[in-house]
Design a binder for this molecule. Structure first.
Ligand code: C5P
Length: 216
């Protein structure tokens, strides 16, 4: 069980979280959901009433936040300033605001530093996000870019929430655009990433394929 870092990037609804958690369990590795970190900072920004246009205020909240991110793939709990935020960070308010917070360079710099430290101490870990293969862990052992058609992604996401497929579709496209066009570390496919399209692929098959690539 030596060092092994797997980077999984891709847009929302691509199956990233489910596949990454299952892969981490299969590899007896830890799991890091970097999106949950951006969501927790966003939760704090909203909680402390900081305006989304107040970049200094957002940066200050991020710097002072006590963020505890769990890396157990079977129960990756998140605490922010001592509060269990597992449910709140998936809610509509945070989801609507997170892309704006994640576009602030100082926030990214801070979280990327924390992510690198977590990866370093874990040694064996599956890390999911938008910029993992390109920025956070450019020397990962395996880089995966998980994708799926916008329709398939919206259908999957709407099953996880109470929102309609149409609303989810609109929200996904809005976040895709914001996440891929921002100046700081946009969502990108690393040049050396393996691309896996899960539109017509089940979770089991995706996990099995990636597992085979790690052990190969
Ligand atoms: O993956 P998830 O949907 O939880 O990510 C929430 C948001 O966090 C994304 O829409 C993106 O704006 C941001 N994010 C990011 N970089 C990462 C992970 C997430 O900018 N590595």
């Amino acid at each position: 069980n030596g060092r092994c870092v797997v980077a999984v990037d891709g847009p929302s609804g691509s199956g990233k979280s489910t596949v990454s958690r299952r892969l981490a369990s299969a590899l007896d590795a830890q799991y890091l959901d970097t999106g949950a970190m951006y969501r927790a900072v966003t939760w704090a920004v909203l909680r402390y009433g900081v305006d989304l246009s107040d970049l200094e205020g957002i940066t200050k909240v991020a710097g002072e936040l006590d963020l505890a991110i769990g890396t157990d793939p079977t129960a990756p709990h998140v605490r922010a300033d001592g509060v269990d935020v597992d449910a709140d960070i998936r809610g509509p308010e945070v989801t609507a605001a997170v892309s704006a917070v994640a576009a602030v360079p100082a926030v990214r710099q801070l979280l990327v530093g924390q992510q690198r430290a977590l990866i370093e101490s874990a040694g064996r870990i599956v890390v999911e996000g938008r910029d993992i293969g390109a920025v956070v862990a450019p020397d990962a052992d395996l880089k995966v870019y998980l994708t799926a058609s916008a329709d398939a992604r919206a259908r999957r996401r709407s099953l996880e929430t109470t929102a309609s497929v149409d609303d989810t579709h609109a929200d996904l496209l809005r976040r895709d655009t914001l996440d891929s066009t921002r100046a700081a570390d946009p969502l990108q496919q690393a040049a050396d990433a393996v691309v896996l399209d899960t539109t017509a692929m089940g979770i089991d098959e995706a996990v099995a394929r990636l597992r085979a690539m790690v052990t190969a």
